[in-house]
Design a protein around this ligand. Structure first.
Ligand SMILES: [Cu+2]
Length: 167
């Protein structure tokens, strides 16, 4: 599943940037300047996309894990700072340690790299489902990044044993 992609830029004049880019396919949106943390608008800004997202079907519609990969093709790092969903009352970020797991406030998305949420590592915990999920459902997750803003993705509910790349 390809996630939808959101860009926000501020400060740089759109016309000047468009000229500098010579009409390339890079999407440029002019931000309102409100509430986006004043991220510097440079040619090396974070460029995020979300891929390989899935939720293993939780037993009896209870607590579920969520996994996905956030790729960053830009030269500036970003941070995942909040996740929410219209279909679940609570989505938190966790990191697994040797013996347990702990909730974290943010997860780094390195420049020219990726944040991977995967079994045994960092993951999302999803609770308070509005409707008990079944195989084939999709849950919208709204991923908020410190610089990029919010990217919404539809995450499919898969078999408990599913792994990405598997049919
Ligand atoms: Cu957890």
């Amino acid at each position: 599943m390809k996630g939808s992609l959101g860009f926000r830029r501020t400060a740089l004049a759109g016309a000047a940037l468009a000229t500098a880019l010579g009409g390339s396919a890079l999407l440029v949106a002019c931000g309102s300047g409100q509430g986006d943390g004043g991220a510097p608008a440079t040619a090396t800004a974070a460029r995020l996309s979300v891929d390989d997202s899935y939720i293993p079907l939780p037993p009896a519609g209870g607590m579920a894990a969520g996994y996905l990969t956030v790729r960053n093709d830009g030269g500036q790092g970003d941070e995942l700072v909040q996740v929410s969903s219209p279909g679940a009352s609570s989505v938190t970020m966790h990191r697994s340690t040797a013996s347990t797991m702990e909730q974290v406030e943010k997860l780094d998305v390195p420049a020219n790299g990726a944040l991977r949420l995967a079994r045994g590592g960092a993951h999302l915990m999803i609770m308070g489902w509005e409707k008990a999920p079944v195989l084939g459902d999709e849950l919208e997750l709204d991923l908020t990044f410190a610089r990029t803003g919010t990217i919404s993705v539809k995450v499919p509910v898969k078999e408990l044993t599913y792994r990405p790349g598997q049919q």
